[in-house]
Design a binder for this molecule. Structure first.
Ligand code: AMP
Length: 144
C-alpha cells in the first residue's frame, strides 16, 4: 500500500513552527536557527495560513535589498500562494508537488486547519525506509 502523509505525520509528529506576519526577518532568522528548520508557516490573526517563509526567502531578501531588510516584517518577503497537501496525499504525489513547484516544504491542511508540515528531508527518509522494507521482504522471500 502506498505511504501517505498521515503515515509520515504519525511517525514525526504534527507540530509546526508558525509566526505572525509582523515578526521581523531577524526574529524569524533566529527562530529558523534555534529550531534547526528551513521554513516557518505564517499565520494570520484569524488562524488561516497567510504564507510560508523559508531560508531561500531570507537569502533573496538580504541579497536583493541589503541587511536593513532584517528589520522588515516577514509578510513583506513571504510567499503567499502556498501549495498544501492533505493527509491522504501520497509520497509520490508530494515528490511531484515539490519538484514541480521547486520548493522543499509543504504544509498539511485538515478541515481547513494547519495539521503538519512535510519537508524534503521527511520525503527522503520515508523513501529510504520504503526501499529498506522492500529489500527485507525480497530477502525473506528468497530465504523461504
Ligand atoms: P524552499 O525550497 O522550501 O526553501 O522554498 C523555495 C521558495 O518556494 C521560497 O520562495 C518559498 O517561500 C517557496 N515555497 C516553499 N514552500 C512552498 C509551498 N508549499 N508553496 C508555495 N511556495 C513555497
Amino acid at each position: 500500500m502506498a505511504i501517505v502523509v498521515k503515515n509520515m505525520l504519525d511517525a514525526k509528529g504534527r507540530d509546526v513552527v508558525t509566526v505572525t506576519p509582523d515578526k521581523t526577518l531577524l526574529e524569524v532568522a533566529g527562530i529558523l536557527h534555534e529550531k534547526k528548520i528551513g521554513a516557518v508557516v505564517v499565520i494570520a490573526m484569524e488562524g488561516r495560513i497567510a504564507g510560508i517563509f523559508t531560508e531561500r526567502d531570507l537569502v533573496r531578501a538580504i541579497a536583493g535589498k541589503g541587511p536593513s531588510v532584517l528589520d522588515k516584517p516577514v509578510k513583506s518577503a513571504m510567499t503567499t500562494t502556498v501549495q498544501r497537501c492533505r493527509e491522504e496525499t501520497t509520497v509520490d504525489e508530494l515528490m511531484g508537488i515539490m519538484t514541480g513547484g521547486r520548493f522543499r516544504h509543504v504544509p498539511v491542511e485538515k478541515d481547513g486547519k494547519l495539521a503538519g508540515i512535510i519537508s524534503i528531508g521527511d520525503v527522503v527518509k520515508s523513501r529510504i525506509r520504503e526501499i529498506e522494507l522492500e529489500a527485507e521482504q525480497i530477502k525473506a522471500y528468497i530465504a523461504g
